[in-house]
Design a protein around this ligand. Sequence first.
Ligand SMILES: NC(=O)c1ccc[n+]([C@@H]2O[C@H](COP(=O)([O-])OP(=O)(O)OC[C@H]3O[C@@H](n4cnc5c(N)ncnc54)[C@H](OP(=O)(O)O)[C@@H]3O)[C@@H](O)[C@H]2O)c1
Length: 331
Amino acid sequence: MTTYQCIVLAARPQGVVASENFRLETRPVPAIKEGEVLVRNHYLSLDPYMRMRMEDLKSYAAPQALDEVMIGGTVGVVVESNNPKFSVGDNVVGMLGWSEMGVSDGMLLKKVDTTHIPMSAYLGAVGMPGMTAWYGLNKIIQPKPGQTIAVSAASGAVGSVVGQLAKLQGCRVIGIAGGKQKCDFVVDELGFDACIDYKGGNLYKDVKAAAPDGIDGLFENVGGVVMDSVLARMNPYGRIALCGLISGYDGQPMPIHNLRVVLSMRLMMQGFIVSEHMELWPQGLGEIGGLVASGKLKFRETVSQGMASAPEAFMGLLRGKNFGKQLVKLI
Ligand SMILES: NC(=O)c1ccc[n+]([C@@H]2O[C@H](COP(=O)([O-])OP(=O)(O)OC[C@H]3O[C@@H](n4cnc5c(N)ncnc54)[C@H](OP(=O)(O)O)[C@@H]3O)[C@@H](O)[C@H]2O)c1
C-alpha cells in the first residue's frame, strides 16, 4: 500500500449533519520516525460524541479542527514499528481517527488479545462504550439488588451493557428503545425485564405500566421526552447517571417538563465523561471482558463497509439507524 484513505471535517454543521460536512482524501503512506508505529486500521468506531466535537462550542474537549482527520477510536494491526513496545502483527486499539492507516507514538495505543474476544468488541462492549456503562452504573447509580433501573437507547453500544450489568446485579431492568425490533432484542436476547418503544405513542403510560413500583436508577442516554417520561416515575432518592443527550445533538430542542421531580423526589443527577476516569478502565474492562469471553454479556453490531461509508453511517447513528454498536470495517 502506498496510499490510504481518510475523512476530514470539511465544514462545521449548521443543524443536522450533512455529507458536505465531510471530505474523503487519499494520502501517501507516511514514513515513521524513531519511537513511532504504523497501524493498518481494521475497524473504525462511530460514536455520538463526534457530533459535539464537530461544533466550535465550550465543552470538555477541544473541537475537531477543520480539514483534519475526524477523531475516532480504531482497532487494527501494527504493520511497521520503530517502537520497542510494539511488534509487527500486534493487534492494537487506539485513537487513529477516520482513517485506513495511522501513525502513533504508542502513548494512546493499547495491545489487545483477540483469542476470546473479537477485535471489533474492543470498540464496543469491551471498549469505551462498555466502560461508560460500567462507570455510570456502578459509580453513579450504585444499584442495589431488587431495585428498578431504566436505561434509554437500550439496544445501543452503551445501553445494552448497562442493562445486562444491572441484571447481573439482581435489578429489574427496563429499557427504552426505538421500534419493536430493537425492543424485542433487548428483552429476548439481552434479558431485560421490559422494553418500551418510545415511538409507540404511549410513552408515559408504558413507563408507568413497566415500572409499577417506580424507578430507582436512570441511565440517561437520550434526553428530551424520553428522559421526561422516566423522571415522572422516579422514586425518592433515585439516582440518575446523565451519560448522553443524543436527541438534541443535531440541535433539536429537548424540553424537560418534569424537572420538579428532581426536587420533590430528592434525586441525585450526575453528568460524567468516561475519559476522565481512566484509572478505572482496567478494572471495568477486565470485568466486562471476562463476561464477554464467557458468553455472559452479549452485544450486537452494525457494520458499514469501507472508509467512504463512514459519513452516511454516522448520520444514521444520529437517527437511530444503527442496531447495536456502529462500526466501519476498513479491511
Ligand atoms: N458520558 C460519556 O462519557 C459517554 C460515553 C459514550 C457514550 N455516551 C453517550 O451515550 C449515548 C449512547 O451512545 P452509544 O455509543 O451507545 O450509541 P448507540 O446507542 O449505539 O446509538 C445511538 C442510539 O441513540 C438513539 N437515538 C438517536 N436519536 C435519538 C432520538 N432523537 N431520540 C431517542 N433516541 C435516539 C438511537 O436508538 P433508538 O433507535 O433506540 O432511538 C440510536 O441507535 C449517547 O448519548 C452518547 O453521547 C456518553
